[in-house]
Design a binder for this molecule. Sequence first.
Ligand code: ATP
Length: 138
Amino acid sequence: MAENIKLEIVTPEKAVVSEEAQIVMAPGTLGEFGVLSGHTPFMTSLKIGAVRYVDKEGRERFVFVSGGFAEALPDRVTILAESAERRRDIDVGRAKAAMQRAEDRLRKEKDENIDFTRARAALARATYRIRLAEMPRI
Ligand code: ATP
């Protein structure tokens, strides 16, 4: 049987995941990639999305990441994310409130005090969190 890899997902605030995985899939800026044990080393930046992995018991797990970097080595994947939380920890009410705030800001088209890039990024995080939390579980 193929060996597991060690998956670490950390943010400036906390360690979100530190466990063995059979396979890790992550949202690279150039496209989603998968890592199995023995993978050639590489580094990439990440976009907003979900890191998916199969844990050592064979369960599929999802972790929201808001961008950052991933380093793959033959026996481990390390993800440094700006923010991240497991799917089960996503607070949908909070994400809906963040979405509303971002949409309200983006509607004020001519207001010079609004940082539209920041509001668009907040909207993208909130939208993805809601989508991931509400995704049917199989
Ligand atoms: P908010 O405006 O609600 O803070 P945000 O997109 O600005 O949303 P982030 O900067 O991405 O938040 O994350 C800040 C911290 O809060 C991180 O630790 C992140 O995991 C957590 N977090 C943010 N939104 C949620 C959520 N909806 N459910 C659970 N944790 C969240």
